[in-house]
Write a protein that binds this ligand. Structure first.
Ligand code: ATP
Length: 454
């Protein structure tokens, strides 16, 4: 099941502390969102799952965490200062600004319906800033994490002795001054990307492109987004970015319709070719900007000691769009036997913001409270993620709240726990709502096994 509308997701996210509009107390800043107590856990869990799959579980990818601000030279060379533009149209009557290629009707203002529009003009989406106190020393907030990966190519190769095929993975903030930020966290001005640049021998690029398409579809399925909910768009040649030989967009059925969740591009040798020195000595296939500033040769030697500039396959996913898709897929409303409806977020357990809630049945009984706190600490020490001591006193309400935030296990400590020599607690499963009694001594094993089997 999925959410019936974007509104129901937005409302749940605010009510339960997943996502808030940024600077709401000052009227809100459009295109910026903050992740609350549960949102930060969900986001971190999704990123950790990506890192595990892309770096730890493989032997051909290295990690990187580069600066957000990059120098003018980097973004001149990559082509962003001249071409990272969207077409901006302004309504001469109501002064609304729109992105020409996203208008409902390109001849009419989205806001007031007037046809009194300006011609589209290029609007550069990069945020510019000044670096240091010297006037004119410009830097840019990166609009994608990728360029810094290319800039570090030689550092990584030299320090790890990597041979192609291999990849460099990076997760982190990206900034785009979108003309119109809309649809909750789908299109924002500050977001995070999870990007892999996978360097391969020219000629083997098409095979690797297909390989990464499969890998990424499998990964999204593991995050609770089945393959049949993702549409693969083989981007038509005239819609391709200028650097791409071919791109697959993975489009997910968001509440606003099918839209891009991740792009998997074959970027050829465009990027390394742009950032390398000695361009004329290398057999670069892409059309690149002349580079007089780079001091590094971004190339590798093949078996015959010939220099070659690797091609790049880039799976690039947005964290916010991932979180939105995961939330939407997890959102479930169930009719109960007593006629009531329960809302449950059926997250895959590894993504759940809270791994287990420990609930004392009576919050003013010192023995029950002490036992519940002791259990919380023990389970927390398993290192599975956040375990919450839930001291609200009403078990029924706590179950409902934890259903709504997707906590897979609730553990209730009651009089039997402290009175019975066996020390048993009730453990409740989010999805089946089944409750079973289990000895405290068995609890850590039970929870560990639950998470390793999930
Ligand atoms: P769109 O066509 O939706 O503007 P894009 O094709 O420009 O996206 P890419 O440059 O391929 O996006 O960026 C890779 C990924 O980064 C996208 O698949 C998306 O998940 C994410 N992303 C890009 N722009 C935004 C944004 N403004 N807000 C949130 N996520 C974004």
């Amino acid at each position: 099941m999925t959410a019936s509308s974007m509104e129901s997701l937005v409302a749940l996210c605010k009510r339960r502390g997943f996502i808030f509009q940024n600077s709401e107390i000052y009227g809100g800043q459009k295109g910026f969102y903050d992740f609350g107590p549960l949102g930060v856990e969900l986001k971190n869990n999704l990123k950790a799952a990506w890192w595990r799959a892309m770096v730890y579980n493989r032997d051909d990818v290295e990690g990187l965490d580069s600066s957000i601000i990059g120098p003018q030279a980097l973004f001149d060379q990559s082509g962003h200062t001249s071409t990272f533009n969207d077409p901006l149209v302004e309504c001469k009557d109501c002064h609304a600004r729109m992105r020409a290629d996203k208008m409902a009707d390109p001849t009419k203002c989205d806001s007031c319906g007037s046809d009194n529009l300006t011609e589209p003009r290029d609007f550069n989406m990069m945020f510019q800033t000044q670096v240091g106190p010297v006037d004119g020393n410009i830097g840019y907030l990166r609009p994608e994490t990728a360029q810094q990966i290319f800039a570090n190519f030689k550092n990584v190769v030299d320090s790890t002795a990597r041979k192609i095929p291999f990849g460099i993975a990076q997760m982190g903030k990206a900034f785009r001054n979108e003309i119109v930020a809309r649809n909750f966290i789908f299109r924002v001005r500050e977001f995070e990307q999870m990007e892999l640049e996978f360097f391969v021998k020219p000629g083997e690029d098409e095979k690797w492109h297909e390989y990464w398409l499969e890998e990424r579809l499998n990964w999204w399925a593991e995050q609770g987004i089945p393959r049949d909910k993702i549409r693969k768009l083989d981007v038509p040649a005239d819609d391709l970015a200028h650097y791409a030989k071919r791109t697959f967009d993975l489009e997910y059925g968001f509440p606003i319709g099918y839209e891009e969740l991740e792009g998997i591009a074959n970027r050829t040798d465009y990027d390394l070719g742009n950032h390398t020195k000695a361009q004329s000595e290398l057999n670069i296939q892409a059309e690149v900007h002349e580079n007089k500033r780079s001091n590094a040769k971004l190339a590798v030697q093949d078996e015959d000691n010939n220099w070659l500039v690797p091609f790049v396959i880039e799976p690039s996913a947005g964290v916010e769009r991932g979180v939105l898709a995961v939330l939407n897929e997890a959102y479930t409303e169930e009719q109960l036997d007593d006629g009531k409806t329960r809302t449950v977020l059926k997250f895959k357990p590894h993504l759940a913001p809270i791994k287990a809630a420990v609930i004392p049945l009576a919050k003013n009984n010192a023995d029950i409270v002490a036992k519940a706190k002791e259990i919380k600490q023990k389970l927390q020490a398993l290192g599975l993620g956040r375990v919450l001591y839930e001291n609200t006193g009403n078990v029924g309400k706590a179950y409902r709240r934890h259903d709504e935030v997707g906590t897979p296990l609730c553990i209730t400590v009651d009089f039997e726990t402290i009175e019975n020599a066996e020390e048993t607690v009730t453990i409740r499963n989010r999805d089946t709502m089944e409750q079973q009694r289990i000895a405290v001594a068995e609890l850590a094993n039970y929870v560990r096994q639950f998470y390793s089997a999930a």
